[in-house]
Design a protein around this ligand. Sequence first.
Ligand code: HPA
Ligand code: ZN
Length: 352
Amino acid sequence: MAEPTTTRPDFARIDAQRLPELLRVMPKAELHMHIEGSLEPELIFALARRNGVDVPYADVEELRKAYAFTDLQSFLDIYYAGASVLLREQDFYDMAWAYLERAAADNVVHTEMFFDPQTHTARGVSMQTVIDGLHRACVDAREQLGVSALLILCFLRHLSEREAFETLEQALPLRDKFIGVGLDSSELGHPPEKFARVFARCRELGLRLVAHAGEEGPPAYVWSALDVLKVERIDHGVRSVQDPELMERLARDRIPLTVCPLSNLKLCVFAQLSEHNLGALLDAGLVATVNSDDPAYFGGYVNQNFTETFAAIGLQAQHAWQLAANSFEGSFIDDVAKRAYRDRLDQVFASF
Ligand code: HPA
Ligand code: ZN
């Protein structure tokens, strides 16, 4: 095995003008994306035609125009409506494959994709249809694109804990096809502790645990995601900066934050991208990462998130390296695979 690299690349050599190219070519992991949020309007209409589902918009342009959000809920209403065109195993495959090809083009070498089964089972689609289609795309991505892809099942937090338990029961026969569970949907009014027992059960089952917290919700939700749910990563978490003690905890325990800058902009978490706190999170020593969340709805895939955010807040080559290194550190792959990706990252920087 290669010796651990302790020295960092010589960042001063890298011309600032070449930063967009560096961001593009560097290998990276994506740790926060909802596969249903990668459904492009064109695919929504194609699947609607294939399945005979009615879409209440005249065409792709009219649908895209509706993507003007004021907060998380205004997005979720459209996002759940868009997912209603997904009925068959092949639909789930096609959606995931389209994302995986885009991810590969952005030099994403590893991705951990969220899926929302309750959005589909509520419409009579079976858990097996959902998971089999997504998982088959993950297997093909490894073979055909060289991208490793894992699945994380998310519970919808606006629904009850009982419904989360039922969802878990339905998914357990397919346990070998997903690595963990998360918590998403409407955050405010649905604190992590609502799901304490179902997360405890998932922990006993050896599932990896993550939760959205501190996107619109207060730092208290990040604390309870950590201390009650015992999650290993926080999705978003940008509101943690309001609580210095929480920032210390996140830094000390190296809890990754999966930050999604363009999502934060589109959902008005920050009024301007130039006000985004990604730089502050890195400066505080947090294991922050950059991710696309719902790329079809928020204006870009992961590299777009990198390039727009770097331009808006003036980040540089060392931040690019740190964010990519953080993405591998924060992933749910084993230490040998992490080491191999880190070496690849260092090689790209050394020869850039
Ligand atoms: N937050 C909460 N739930 C979600 C999101 C998000 O950004 N995207 C898809 N479901
Ligand atoms: Zn999200």
